[in-house]
Design a protein around this ligand. Structure first.
Ligand code: SF4
Length: 362
């Protein structure tokens, strides 16, 4: 059983909760492009794009994607470079590669027909329990729950859960609570309403309880501990890495390296370089990295710019130096390939955000 702070007499009236929530949602839901359709392709695209991404940031990407790839077949037949280019700036690039792989499965193996149940949807690359629940309930009306950060927050407050929501056991219990709440009728609307409530009313730092349609059901609010819910694991301090990169110019072109498909920023182009080791100078790190990983002997020159960027689990500062190529032919030991590009063609390449920040500084 979920441990709650209130007595057992405070059982949730699920019927009244659902009714109040759905009434509020139908009157207040934002008019978002993927809410105007039940096309599973569009819903799948929006759900993948909105993982770890705010609606305001994800919407223009969604619109560009739908315009470029109006159905699963066009996406399946697009080149990975084009997909990554359209994804550029949205981060978490594994999502884009999995999206592309899943489109190929649906287009070729399933002849364009999306699986219709959450269980089957989870067999597609990049489709986890949450995404499968969202697509199945919204596009196909299956009575299955969703559990994302917003829903976790709402449920933790409604039930006043004092267990750590990062613990796998609590997570599983939250899935069970969410499943019990989903109605048989309009499960997709209900799931979207829970997420909408978390995004717009039951916000992390300043929940708008006075505007909340389900306040009378909220146990945390009743005892004034809503800001202490959900209980989270204490975050460790994000480590910072120092990186160096070389701007090597030859006949007006710059050398770029394509990152390996699997892993962080897979398939994207970047300036050759690497991490600065403890006690190393930037110049030493540059000559070592370029030698070890690209087979090049370079002479570092002036610092062009230093830019910072935060990834999920670490932050980096990238220092870019002008470098003169002394000898060697570019090899790609830890990368997929290296190539020379004219600056005007940079706009056609999928580049990590940190490289864009550097180009902006230039
Ligand atoms: S009453 Fe406040 S804390 Fe409770 S669900 Fe509503 S917004 Fe969230």
């Amino acid at each position: 059983m979920i441990r709650v702070m209130q007595s057992e007499t405070l059982q949730l009236d699920a019927l009244s909760f659902r009714r109040a929530l759905l009434k509020w949602y139908r009157a207040n839901a934002r008019d978002l492009p993927w809410r105007r359709t039940t096309d599973p392709y569009a819903i799948w695209l929006s759900e993948i794009m909105l993982q770890q991404t705010r609606v305001e940031q994800g919407t223009p990407y969604y619109e560009r994607f739908i315009a470029a790839f109006p159905d699963v077949h066009t996406l399946a037949h697009a080149s990975e470079d084009r997909v990554l280019k359209l994804w550029e700036g949205l981060g978490y690039y594994t999502r884009a590669r999995n999206l592309h792989r899943a489109a190929k499965v649906v287009s070729c193996d399933l002849v364009g027909a999306f699986p219709e149940t959450a269980a089957e949807l989870q067999t597609l690359p990049g489709v986890g329990r949450y995404t499968a629940g969202a697509i199945a309930s919204i596009a196909f009306g299956e009575r299955v729950p969703v559990l994302d950060g917003n829903v976790i927050r709402v449920l933790s407050r409604i039930y006043n859960l004092d267990a750590c929501t990062d613990a796998p056991k609590t997570r599983e219990q939250l899935w069970e609570i969410a499943a019990a709440l989903v109605p048989a009728r309009d499960p997709g609307d209900f799931n979207q309403a829970m997420m909408e409530l978390g995004a717009r009313v039951c916000t992390p730092k300043v929940p708008l309880c006075v505007d909340c349609p389900v306040m009378k059901h909220c146990r945390a609010r009743a005892v004034g501990v809503e800001l202490q819910r959900p209980v989270r694991k204490q975050k460790k301090e994000t480590p910072r890495r120092e990186m160096v990169a070389a701007a090597i110019k030859q006949k007006g072109n710059y050398l770029l390296a394509k990152r390996p498909q699997n892993g962080l920023l897979g398939g994207m182009w970047e300036l050759p370089g690497g991490a600065v080791r403890n006690g190393e100078t930037h110049q030493r790190a540059l000559t070592r990295e370029l030698k070890e990983n690209f087979g090049l002997c370079v002479k570092p020159g002036k610092l062009i710019a230093s830019v910072g960027h935060a990834y999920t689990h670490f932050k980096i500062t990238l220092h870019v130096y002008n470098c003169e190529l002394v000898e060697g032919t570019p090899a790609a030991k830890g990368h997929e390939e290296t190539r020379w590009f004219a600056p005007k063609s940079f706009s056609t390449l999928a580049l990590p955000k940190v490289v864009h920040k550097f180009l902006d500084q230039l």
